[in-house]
Structure formats: C-alpha cells, structure tokens
Design a protein around this ligand. Structure first.
Ligand code: ADP
Ligand code: MG
Length: 261
C-alpha cells in the first residue's frame, strides 16, 4: 500500500462502540468580529461513545457544541448527526435540536414554573405530548436524577446541584440521541459537583452518546472513552482517555496538562 494511504488519521475508528452518529468534517466558523472560533475541525463520535473536549478558555469548545445542536452555524464544512445534515436547512435544524440535548453551565430553568412544568414544557410544545404522557415521562426522569420529591418546587427553592439535575432531566425528556454538556458543573459549589457528575456517569453507563466539555479531569479520565484537546479553534489531539493522560502525543497537549494537573 502506498504510504499516503496509511497516514494515521487523528480520529480513531469506532472500535468498542457503535457506528458513527456525529461527523464533523472540515468545519470552520469565524464570528463577525473576525475571531476564527473553529478552524478545519474534524471529529467523529460513535454511538454510545463519551467524548470529552478539553482546552484553554477561548479555544472553541462551546462554539463546537453549539454548532452540534444548531445554535450556531458553521461557515464551511459539514456536520452530520444521525444521518441528518446540518446545512442551513431549517427543517433539519429543528430535527437536530430535538435529537440533541444540551446542558449549559447556567441551568436556564424558567423561574416562574415548577420543576415538573419545566420538564414538561418542551415535551408538550415540541413533542406535542398530552399532560399525562409528559408528566409520566417527567416524573420518571425526576426520580432518575433523585428529585421526584421536588416536582412541585420552584427553581429558586433548589440548590444549584438540584437545579442542574432538573436541567438534565428536562433535556432527557425529549429522548435525545445525543447529549451535550458544556461545563455543566462549573457554576456549582464544590459540594454539589459530585451529585451532577453522578447523574452524568449513570447516563454514560446507560449507553447515552455524550460530548462534554469539563474541567473535571478525574471525571474526564474515568468516564471519557476519548479526549479531544482543542486550542485556537483547532483539534490538536484526539486519543483514548488512557493514552491522552498517560502519554499525550502533542507538545501543546503536554503543556496544557502540566498547567492543570
Ligand atoms: P471556549 O468554550 O473554548 O472557551 P468559545 O467557543 O466560547 O471558547 O469561544 C471561542 C472564541 O470565539 C473566543 O475567542 C470567543 O471570544 C469567540 N466567540 C465566541 N462566541 C462569540 C460570538 N457570539 N461572537 C464573537 N466572538 C465569539
Ligand atoms: Mg466555553
């Protein structure tokens, strides 16, 4: 085989997990202010895989996640999720938004709605479920995140960790095929981080496909099948969690890890 045919790709093939469900090919995005937030990014995520994105502030992690659920659009390249191409077509974008759940650093719950109504809302509006069907789903998920007894509470009556668990239940209620977490524990007091990570850990164990940005390196190593390191809008390295932390291939990855570990 000629040498150019066996060049290593930066993306390991889907080995122990399922077929690819997310493919990002040569994706670039420059904001109107001239910031090149994504530069020729290539990422493949397989079904049931947990991919952790790490990198310095401003490296494009949030932009990548936001492009994956259609909150931002790339300027060039391709993003395909579950065989649906995000290509500026509004119908496709609406489907992707239903299939891709996202949890943010700020919980974004509606303060004037109870926990139950927060989790019910999109199910009724978007999925057109009736009250009973939505409530059954919500209660099931609230029990799963350990908050079945807080369904009638308002967000302001909950701790940050509890609010974030409601936000996760709300995203799961749409039955997404992929869950994105953007620094889901960064706004929490230290004693509440564990309870949110526990919910994320259980989801990963259940086989949910997850892409997450986190500063919790212990968690990344434990739960991540693969770690992607980004800098200046580029994917610098993508490796199994073990290889990434034990033996990073890139000097820039080593420099970053030596600062934070
Ligand atoms: P990270 O999540 O890794 O900290 P972001 O994806 O938020 O990085 O940002 C990547 C770069 O794009 C940063 O330089 C940031 O300032 C810039 N950026 C992000 N969002 C916008 C926006 N809406 N308009 C202009 N610049 C933005
Ligand atoms: Mg960010």
């Amino acid at each position: 085989m000629p040498e150019q045919d066996i060049l290593p790709t930066t993306e390991p093939a889907c080995k122990k997990k399922g077929a690819p469900i997310i493919t990002v090919e040569h994706a670039s995005k420059t904001f109107p202010n001239g910031v090149a937030a994504l530069q020729d990014v290539n990422v493949t995520v397989c079904k049931s895989e947990v991919v952790v994105i790490i990198g310095p502030s401003g490296s494009g992690k949030s932009t990548l996640l936001r492009c994956l659920n259609g909150l931002e659009e790339i300027d060039s390249g391709h993003i395909t999720i579950d065989d649906i191409r995000l290509n500026g077509n509004k119908k496709n974008r609406d489907i992707i938004r239903q299939e891709v759940g996202m949890v943010f650093q700020s919980f974004n719950l509606f303060p004037h709605l109870t926990v139950l109504d927060n989790v019910n809302l999109a199910q009724k509006l978007v999925r057109k479920r009736d009250d009973k069907e939505a409530t059954d789903t919500s209660m099931d998920l609230l029990n799963k995140v350990g908050l079945g007894d807080r369904a009638a509470s308002y967000p302001s009556q909950l701790s940050g960790g509890q609010q974030q668990r409601v936000a996760i239940a709300r995203a799961l209620a749409m039955h997404p095929k992929v869950m994105l977490f953007d620094e889901a524990t960064s706004a929490l007091d230290p004693e509440m981080i564990g309870e949110v990570l526990e919910v994320m850990r259980a989801l990963a164990k259940d086989g949910m496909t997850m892409v997450l940005v986190t500063h919790e390196m212990g968690f990344a190593r434990e739960v991540g099948d693969r770690i992607i390191f980004m800098e200046h809008g580029q994917v610098i390295e993508s490796a199994t969690a073990e290889a990434f932390f034990e033996n990073p291939g890139e000097e820039r990855t080593r420099a970053f890890l030596s600062q934070i570990l």
